[in-house]
Design a protein around this ligand. Sequence first.
Ligand code: PPS
Length: 344
Amino acid sequence: MNILPMSIPDVSLASKPNSDDEEHEKKILTLLSDRYKEKFTKFPREKGWMSEDVYMYQGFWYITDHAFSIETVIAVQESFQAQSTDIYIVTQPKCGTTWIKALVFAIVNRTKYKNINPLNHPLKLYNPHKCVPFLETEIISNVPTYVHGNSPRLFSSHIPYRTLPKSILESGCRLVYMCRNPKDALVSWFYFANKLTDKSRTQMTIGEMLNVFVKGFLPYGPYWDHVKEYHKASSEDPTKILFLTYEDMKVDTASKVKRLAEFLGFPFTEKEVANGVVDEIVTLCSFEILKEVNKNGDYRKGMANNTFFREGKVGGWRNYLTNEMTQIMDDITMEKFHGLDISF
Ligand SMILES: Nc1ncnc2c1ncn2[C@@H]1O[C@H](COP(=O)(O)OS(=O)(=O)O)[C@@H](OP(=O)(O)O)[C@H]1O
């Protein structure tokens, strides 16, 4: 029986944040801030998410001095070099990033981990965000996850389509985009924001969160423009950009996983299907299993693993939004998505 760390060296490298890594990230962030501050402080600024200043860059809003900030986004855009075999997973935050990352990781690496003890599968040991790193965190990381040059490399990001590094668009690689009903994304944002362990942050009401969500003053907002751009790009080149919704993925997940595998260039064989491999992947990546695996520990400083797993439901917004809030969200969605085949 194979056991760690021999069986999964690449992922174990990125498993645990330690104080050296945090120091390194801080240093890189300071460096990036020094490099870009003069530029971005001239951009439009608003008070946004949890009372933080947000800056507009290329039509979208960002916080500063953070892994997911204007500095890292500009740095990725300016310096990241894609490879044609790469696979990118892009989402608006709170739209199912963690789930789709787990699914893509499990599909692409299923042969690699076929013979290991299922308890040692990376997704049974690590947060999916460690298995598929964000471009935004990778650029400031002390321990790049893909030092061994896996192929295909898997990365994720929340970067809007228009701000993606040129090399991603030119390399011909594949990109999976997942979106979600904005009302569920809003509620998820609300709980996430208030659960962050950094106590220096201000707690928000759902009404305040709705206000910033609608204005787009959240990292990578506005939601609607983000979704629309990827939807358009996907309809122009569906072989390279796959547009998914969280809601659709929830219905008959196994058949959607098969379609996803085909798009990724890793189709399941008839034998695999007969042997239940697809169902195994669906179960491995299910909300319940991932929530249990991630009940302890931190993904990053101030961000517990369990903050990524709350309810995992479709339509949970009904328990949190008033009729008036629902109306506001529905009106904007109707106007913004008018004429597009996006439904939740
Ligand atoms: N495996 C699985 N299946 C279904 N749903 C899942 C899964 N993992 C996480 N979730 C739910 O996704 C919501 C978090 O969104 P993201 O993963 O996009 O968050 S983040 O952007 O990475 O911070 C958040 O939704 P809410 O429960 O509505 O808050 C999570 O519970």
